[in-house]
Design a protein around this ligand. Structure first.
Ligand code: E4P
Length: 221
């Protein structure tokens, strides 16, 4: 299972990378714009923070296949271990196919239904990213879309992986992993919710209180 953070917030990445088994970081144009720093320096800082093994994701903004391929090559010059996010449109599919031939790894993004994702996988995408919460917000089921997509890939494009994205709650993440997603990318707020629990805090406070009452110190001796 691969676990990513969906952010360009370097301080948050540093904080979480200290304890989480992160495979890397995903970004999109809105995330980078919110960070207010140029994409090239954002990627350089994320790389310095996460080390050489981490995978970074950044998205092309080109409107034509040529522009997308050119931007993808530029991104790969900026970072050697980068997966290029390409929107799954008719133009995007042509870019994914061309990038596959050039040996560039891609993720098909902006996916709201399983069949476009299958097309992206068959065009050569290494990952496809269903937008779980945004699908829910349309009145459909993001989890069901992930389940169906996972089955489709196993049957027809096993080289490609579901990287489930767009989460608002830990429950959505859990359900996606149970549905078979092999990679997820979490906003920082959702990641931090996973380890926040008043019940855990109360349990630990109880252990400490009982121990101190008996021994007067937190030493184990
Ligand atoms: C992933 O590819 C998307 O960039 C991202 O996860 C979308 O998340 P949002 O719906 O929270 O904006």
């Amino acid at each position: 299972m691969e676990l990513y953070l969906d952010t360009a917030d370097l301080a948050a990445v540093e904080r979480l990378a200290a304890s989480w088994p992160l495979a890397g970081v995903t970004t999109n144009p809105s995330i980078v714009a919110a960070g207010g720093r140029p994409l090239k320096s954002t990627l350089r800082e994320l790389r310095a923070c996460l080390g050489p093994e981490a995978t970074l994701f950044a998205q092309v903004l080109g409107q034509t296949g040529d522009e997308m391929v050119e931007q993808a090559q530029q991104l790969c010059q900026w970072d050697e271990r980068l997966v290029v996010k390409v929107p799954v449109t008719a133009v995007g599919l042509t870019a994914i196919r061309r990038l596959k031939a050039l040996g560039v790894r891609t993720l098909g993004t902006a996916i709201y239904a399983p069949l476009p994702a299958l097309l992206a996988a068959q065009a050569g995408a290494d990952y496809v990213a269903p937008y779980v919460n945004r699908i829910d917000a349309q009145g459909c089921s993001g989890i069901q879309a992930v389940r169906e997509l996972q089955q489709l890939l196993q049957l027809h494009a096993p080289h490609s992986q579901v990287l489930a994205a767009s989460f608002k709650t830990p429950r959505q993440v859990l359900d996606c992993l149970l549905a078979g997603a092999t990679a997820v990318t979490l906003p920082v707020a959702v990641a931090e919710q996973i380890l926040q629990s008043p019940a855990v805090d109360a349990a630990l406070a109880g252990f400490e209180r009982d121990w101190l009452a008996a021994f007067g110190t937190m030493s184990l001796n």
